[in-house]
Design a protein around this ligand. Structure first.
Ligand code: NAD
Length: 499
């Protein structure tokens, strides 16, 4: 008997009446951990109705009251960090240390949500006309929905509901059906921290549940993180239904390596950012562009990648866990075969890595490196989302910048160099939303916002930070004049002028 993953409606864990269920599987052992429901349309409607009802009062809750709930919440997440990370590793596969990192990066957003009072302040201009002041208030939108991917089941849900709720909205979350258990644990802790019934609701499911949220007239905003194909669909569907939508999507992140870079640091960064989390990060460094003499570093890069230990993320000493599913493994392996067939040089083949006997059936692919990769090859044109690093070359920095800018994606990029002038030129000329300078995975902390760009993003404002406060609120401008009893009437004014 495996447990059923529950829905959350009106602040209660609810057993779904779904006819269709999906197994949640440990990707290292293939053990079935739980069953996730594909919620019915009535259940989605009930979750939205619960959020709508709660909004009527939550929207007027004092900023300090909301902040204190997130203050309590961050304490609970800290207290349960190890437990949540262990659950995350079990259902997602990443190593325990990386799972703690996943929870921690989400925790940082919760800490920020407990502290966003100043970001919610409007502006005031005194005396814009005689006795007239104009000011803005940032008002919550209503029911907001969030749809999250499998690869960060702690961090990405925590990008969404804490900030939406801290802004006075209520929320319906649709976690990934592949690994919803640690997300559910985080939701339970949010309820324990004091969120009133209906403020945070959860439904599980796939395309039909997502479509129902995109179409529902009472959902005012949709945040999506996931693949470009699904994100584009969600953006179009929810925008057509006149909602505010932000979609953070797929990527191909280039690390440009200049020959003057600190070699030791750079090779370690490439290996860590290329193969960590088995390459299943939207900010993974999946392409290295080696400039000039740096092209000689390939053998050392391969040697370092070979040393990574592949295995169960829960086992001590593992560097690279499994990919999420059997089909993900087959897809990555077929892309590796395609890379060979299309003429790239397979420097390191991670297919069929040796792993401990207990996890022989897991979805493992080891670090894989191709050199001589060019646009037009499938391994370059598609996001692989596995532990595969593609190496391309460039004669100089200008050529490298042109190469990166010609790729449609704009999630992240990095340059490795000891030259401030080269780094600054890169920062200015590169057309990618998040830039690292000797930092391989430049995901901003929540004082800033996540700013992927071009094909990696639809919608103007990014998750967390100042941008998401604008996303989750409507700016209302008030122009006010008060008359005291001694005011003299200026008569009827038929012009547009404020006098
Ligand atoms: P996915 O697009 O398959 O799934 C994302 C969500 O959409 C899930 O909740 C899923 O249930 C739902 N979904 C799946 N198919 C759907 C359909 N046909 N219609 C409506 N909804 C559907 O993504 P994934 O495989 O879970 O995650 C990996 C992808 O997410 C990668 O492309 C990665 O780059 C991207 N990602 C992007 C960011 C970012 O910030 N840009 C961050 C993390 C992950």
């Amino acid at each position: 008997m495996v447990p059923n993953v529950k829905l959350v409606i009106e602040g209660k864990l609810v057993e779904s009446r779904a006819a269709e269920w999906r197994d949640v599987v440990n990707p290292a052992t293939q053990d079935v951990l739980a069953r996730a429901p594909m919620a019915t349309s009535d259940e989605v409607a009930a979750a939205v109705a619960s959020a709508k009802k709660a909004f009527a009062t939550w929207r007027f809750s004092p900023i300090g009251v909301r902040a204190r709930i997130f203050l309590a919440y961050q304490g609970l997440i800290r207290e349960h960090m190890k437990e949540i990370a262990a659950l995350l590793t079990k259902e997602q596969g990443k190593t325990l240390a990386d799972a703690e990192g996943d929870v921690f990066r989400g925790l940082e957003v919760v800490e920020h949500a407990a502290n966003i009072g100043t970001l919610q302040m409007g502006e005031l201009a005194n005396n814009v006309a005689t006795g007239v002041d104009t000011y803005t208030v940032l008002q919550p939108l209503g029911v907001c929905a969030g749809i999250t991917p499998f690869n960060f089941p702690a961090m990405i849900p925590l990008w969404m509901f804490p900030m939406a709720i801290a802004c006075g909205n209520t929320f319906v979350l649709k976690p990934s059906e592949q690994d919803p258990m640690c997300t559910m644990r985080l939701v339970e802790l949010a309820l324990e921290a004091g969120l009133p019934p209906g403020v945070l609701n959860v439904v599980h499911g796939g395309a039909s549940v997502v479509d129902a949220l995109c179409d529902h007239p009472d959902v005012k905003a949709v945040s999506f993180v996931g693949s470009t194909r699904v994100g584009t669909h969600v953006y179009e569907r929810a925008t057509r239904a006149k909602k505010r939508v932000q979609c953070m999507m797929g990527a191909k992140n280039h690390a440009v390596v200049l020959p003057d870079a600190n070699k030791e640091q750079t090779l370690n960064a490439l290996v860590g950012a290329g193969f960590g989390a088995a390459g299943q990060r939207c900010m993974a460094a999946s392409v290295a562009v080696l400039v000039g003499e740096a092209q000689r570093w390939i053998p050392e890069l391969v040697e370092r990648a070979k040393k990574l230990k592949v295995g169960d993320g829960a086992a001590a000493g593992t560097d690279v866990g499994p990919v999420i599913s059997r089909s993900a493994k087959e897809r990555v392996e077929s892309l590796i075969a395609r890379g060979q067939a299309e003429g790239a040089k397979l420097e390191l083949d991670g297919r069929g890595p040796s792993v401990a006997a207990a996890v022989k059936g897991g979805n493992f692919v080891g670090p894989t490196i191709f050199s001589g990769v060019k646009p037009g090859m499938t391994i370059y044109d598609e996001e692989i989302f596995g532990p595969v690093l593609c190496i391309a070359s460039a004669a100089n920095l200008d050529e490298a910048i042109a190469f990166v800018n010609a790729n449609p994606n704009g999630n992240g990029t990095a340059i490795f160099t000891q030259s401030g002038a080269a780094a600054r030129k890169f920062q200015e000329e590169i057309d990618v939303g998040q830039v690292g300078i000797n930092v391989p995975i430049p995901v901003p902390v929540p004082l800033f916002s996540f700013t992927g760009s071009r094909a990696s993003k639809l919608g103007e404002l990014g998750p967390y930070g100042k941008q998401v406060v604008l996303f989750y609120t409507q700016t209302k401008t008030v122009t006010a004049r008060w008359f005291d009893d001694s005011s003299v009437s200026g008569g009827v004014n038929t012009t547009i002028t404020l006098r």
